[in-house]
Write a protein that binds this ligand. Structure first.
Ligand SMILES: Cc1cc2nc3c(=O)[nH]c(=O)nc-3n(C[C@H](O)[C@H](O)[C@H](O)COP(=O)(O)OP(=O)(O)OC[C@H]3O[C@@H](n4cnc5c(N)ncnc54)[C@H](O)[C@@H]3O)c2cc1C
Length: 340
């Protein structure tokens, strides 16, 4: 992957049907991706992976199981990598809250900033053996998904800390455009955005610094810090969005259309009435509101703060499993002066 500078999509999340049932218990056996046939050349797989970030812009689709599996789920213990345009792979782009504007080519600010997470259907796809990493080894399924998601949750923190930096910049600029940048409560809110970005960044960095060398020579990040980072992100990104909207004002919700701004009758009136502080061009203010609308209301990106890399319950399970509770108890016992 590194030598050829390839981009990979992580095909982990199965559609899962009834969440209370394991894969083999589902009425429709294809609700988790599974091996349906094998021959000397390779395997045939069927199923669907949901919310596949970047599947359309990746070279390789790297498929893993989505959960720990039992012996009865042997057909579902499968991992492999295939090119994104393999025969039988169907990428179905999902709707997101602001996508129609992109199709219309209007009111979307910077059209190049977007995110798509297709549903990826594996319609009896052939995978040659040299591209199969796991086939039937149920005992490794939990570990492979746990390790993948720990890395994912760590990198999410670094990514979203960067997004908060851009959101903080937008808050500062829109406050300048509005003439409120020196107001004390606005400054306080902007500082509150910064400290959330830095805490998230710190957690993400710490997960890397505390990483341990594996026997293979690669490093594995600290899973407790990585999962703590992701829980923090899920809550605090929503708070950062709230602060940004608070600083920016109501035009995040209902800014007139580019078409009205260009209309020969209404346009000049809007240029006059949407003007902010000093000599800032009205269109700069409009563009900044569009960016903020995208940052806080575009469904794919904002919902990935909560569900990307697994739901918060999954982060808690990992924290509980990986934390050294005996050490914490020993600390408390020693401080309390209790022997043992
Ligand atoms: C924008 C975005 C991008 C994503 N990108 C990718 C990607 O690139 N690749 C990829 O593989 N996945 C991706 N995901 C998927 C993500 O990992 C899942 O959304 C997440 O794991 C939750 O799964 P779900 O959406 O099926 O929700 P569900 O699993 O249905 O979860 C909904 C709620 O039910 C709870 N729940 C579900 N089952 C159980 C159970 N058995 N017991 C107790 N509680 C349960 C969950 O904890 C959660 O609170 C992405 C998701 C989003 C939103």
């Amino acid at each position: 992957m590194q030598t050829n500078d390839l981009t990979g999509n992580a095909g982990v999340t199965d559609v899962k049907g009834d969440r209370s049932l394991s894969p083999h218990q589902q009425e429709d056996k294809d609700l988790y991706l599974r091996v349906i046939d094998k021959n000397r050349e390779g395997i045939f797989v069927r199923g669907a992976k949901a919310h596949q970030t970047g599947s359309l812009s990746s070279h390789e689709i790297i498929v893993l199981p989505t959960r720990a599996l039992r012996q009865e789920d042997e057909d579902y213990a499968v991992a492999f990598a295939i090119p994104a345009d393999t025969k039988g792979l169907i990428h179905i782009v999902g709707r997101s809250s602001l996508d129609t504007r992109e199709l219309e080519g209007t009111d979307c600010g910077n059209i190049r900033y977007s995110k798509y997470c297709p549903t990826l259907i594996f319609d009896d796809v052939f995978v040659p053996w040299e591209r199969v990493f796991m086939c039937g080894e149920v005992e490794f399924a939990g570990e492979i998904v746990g390790r993948f998601s720990a890395f994912h949750r760590q990198s999410h923190g670094g990514c979203k800390a960067g997004k908060i930096d851009a959101m903080t910049g937008a808050a500062q600029i829109v406050a300048e455009y509005n003439g409120t940048s020196k107001v004390s409560h606005i400054r306080e809110k902007i500082i509150d955005m910064i400290h959330r970005a830095e805490t998230l960044y710190g957690c993400s960095l710490a997960a890397s610094y505390e990483g341990k060398k594996e026997p293979s020579g690669t490093y594995f990040i600290d899973p407790v810090l990585a999962n703590a980072s992701k829980i923090h992100e899920g809550k605090e990104m929503a708070e950062v969005g709230r602060l940004l909207v608070d600083v920016a004002g109501g035009f995040v919700a209902d800014l007139p259309s580019d078409r009205d701004l260009k209309n020969p009758d209404i346009g000049p009136l809007l240029q006059k009435y949407l003007k902010g502080a000093g000599d800032v061009p009205t269109m700069n203010r409009v563009k900044m509101f569009r960016l903020i609308e995208k940052m806080v209301l575009e469904s794919a990106d904002t919902i990935s703060d909560i569900h990307g890399g697994g739901s918060a319950a999954a982060h808690r399970v990992t924290i509980s499993r990986e934390s050294d509770m005996d050490y914490k108890k020993r600390c408390a016992m020693r401080l309390a002066g209790i022997e043992g």
